[in-house]
Each structure stands twice: as C-alpha cells, then as structure tokens.
Design a protein around this ligand. Structure first.
Ligand code: G4P
Length: 288
C-alpha cells in the first residue's frame, strides 16, 4: 500500500478557524517549527494571521537537527525578514533567549516607539500604556509546544485567571518578566504542499500514524536516508547499504525482527527504524 501523505480532514480546518480567534488576544506569536524540516512544519497561513503582531519563528529540536542545515535555515529566514532562532526546548537557557528577544522587541522597540504594537494591543481590547505583552505559542502536533511552554514558564510562574472582557475562558501564565503567556498552545495543522512535504511530516510523527502504513513510511525513510545521509544506516545498524528494500530487510535481520521460519517482520523493522529516527538515534539528520 502506498501512503497518502496529503490527507487533510475537515476537523483540521475547524481547528485553524478556532486559532484565528485566539490570535486576536495576543501581541506576540511564537511559531514553533521543527528544525529538521522548517518549511514543511510551518504554516503559511500563519504569516497572514500574524499580520500586525510580533511573530517569532523558533526552530525547535535543533539538538536533533543537522547543525549546518539549521544555521543555513536561520540565515534564510532572517534574510527573508523573519525573526528566527534555533532552540532546544528542553534547555532553559535556549528558551530564555527567546524571551530576551521578544522582551527587547516588545518593550524597547515595539511598545514605546512602534505604532504597530499599540494598534495590536488596542485591537486585542487592551491599553498599550498599561498592559503586559501577551504571548501565544503555536505549532503543528508534536513540534514541542508543551515542552517549550513548560520550560518558558518555569516553576516560579503563577497562573492568572480570566481577564474580564478580553480573555474570557482563557488561562494565562504570568511570567517572571511580567509578560503573559497563554497556557494552551495553538495547534496548527498543515495541508502538505507536496507529497514530499507530507512525507517529511510523517517521518517526524506530525501526521497521524494511524492513517499511514508504517512499512511504507519506513521504506520511504530508508530510501531518503540512503540518498541524503549515506553511511548513517550502516553506521547505526552495521548493514550494507544497497537499495531501500534490501537495506530495510538487512536492518530487520540484524535486529532480529523475524517471524516464524526466518521471514522478515517488516512491521517490527519499520517501527524500529522510524523510532530510531524520531529519537535522533541515527544522528542529527535534517530532512530539509
Ligand atoms: P506538542 O505539545 O507540540 O505536541 O509537543 P511536546 O511538547 O509534547 O513534544 C513532543 C516530543 O518532543 C516530546 O517527546 C518532547 O520531549 C520532545 N521535544 C520537544 N522539544 C524538544 C527539543 O527541543 N529537543 C528534543 N530533543 N526533544 C524535544 P516524547 O518522547 O513524546 O516525550 P518525553 O518522553 O520526552 O516526555
């Protein structure tokens, strides 16, 4: 069975509509993308939704990505005029850099001198002279939103209740800096722009695995890996790198993924390979 990597059911479009409403409440949008595939894991619609807001693109899980590729991506986004930086959300000091960046921007540049910030605050129902910067974290499933929020908020932060008139029903976290962070991240879904893009999302675990054949997914991954990072599969599994199917079978045999009679258990071999990639056990590989 060949996988359909461009599947985009209706409830995903609905989630995007809901997020449009939340975005109206904030001044700053922190968009998490996966450093291993920053284009495929970003949502082009967000660019338009973020109009008039401070929009920071955070290339997360950079500890798992190819450092050279990440450097090039950060340069690419900055050259394009985006605020971009690479982080490992599990590291407090990385996440602090994001806050330093946005505080500097929001307080010193935007809040005091830029009419755009004031307009954004007014549009959110606030008073630009009085109110703290409101921040929201968004991103596709599994990109690390909860991890980022936990590290960002830290232990000392207090949850604050509703803010009448503006944030009804929303839970905010008051950060040490005095800024407010929306405690539930905005989940974005992307309709993959191409088959390749969808495939990358599937490799990363950001498409629902239940709708995919794991055998096919792993075979597609092995084929990609042989081409993009030759030597990495043989280094990890001690197999000869030939074509996709043979290499996958060799990995299965080497790891004892066998059924009765010594037949390769493709499903187990596939699961193992994908799991190793998703946990960076094959090294720091970038898909883009
Ligand atoms: P989500 O809210 O966007 O769905 O993502 P979540 O934070 O749940 O993160 C998904 C997985 O990615 C988690 O791993 C999390 O630990 C991991 N993760 C998030 N950010 C980073 C990062 O910058 N670097 C690395 N190496 N990993 C990151 P998990 O295996 O699902 O859970 P756990 O066993 O780590 O708790």
């Amino acid at each position: 069975m060949s996988n359909n990597y461009q599947w985009f059911p209706g409830h995903m479009a609905k989630a995007l509509r809901a997020m449009r409403e939340d975005i109206k409440l904030v001044d700053v949008l922190i968009e998490l993308v996966d450093a291993r595939a920053p284009l495929s894991t970003g949502n082009p619609v967000l660019q338009e939704l973020a109009e008039g807001k401070i929009h920071i693109k955070v290339l997360n899980k950079s500890d798992m990505a190819d450092p050279e590729a990440t450097k090039r991506w950060v340069t690419f986004f900055r050259d394009r005029g985006d605020l971009a930086l690479a982080v490992d959300s599990k590291r407090k000091q990385d996440v602090t850099t994001v806050e330093t960046m946005l505080t500097r921007l929001a307080r010193d540049e935007f809040k005091e001198s830029d009419a755009r910030f004031e307009a954004a605050v007014r549009a959110a129902g606030g008073d630009p002279g009085k109110r703290n910067v409101r921040i929201m974290v968004t991103g596709i499933p599994n990109v690390g939103k909860s991890t980022f929020i936990n590290t960002f908020a830290g232990k000392a932060s207090a949850k604050t209740g509703n803010k009448p008139g503006v944030t009804r029903g929303k839970q905010w976290i008051r950060l040490k800096s005095g800024n407010d962070l929306l405690d539930t991240p905005g989940v974005l879904y992307v309709k993959p722009l191409s088959e390749e893009s969808g495939m990358r999302l599937a490799f990363l675990g950001s498409l629902n695995d239940n709708n995919l054949s794991v055998d096919e997914l792993a075979l597609d991954f092995v084929k990609w890996c042989l081409e993009a990072y030759p030597g990495s599969l043989s280094a990890k599994y001690g197999v000869e790198e030939t074509d996709g199917l043979e290499t996958m079978e060799a990995i299965g045999a080497k790891r004892g993924c066998l059924k009765k009679g010594g037949i390769i258990d493709y499903e187990r071999a596939a699961g193992l390979i994908i799991d190793d990639f998703r946990n960076a056990r094959l090294g720091r590989l970038s898909l883009e």
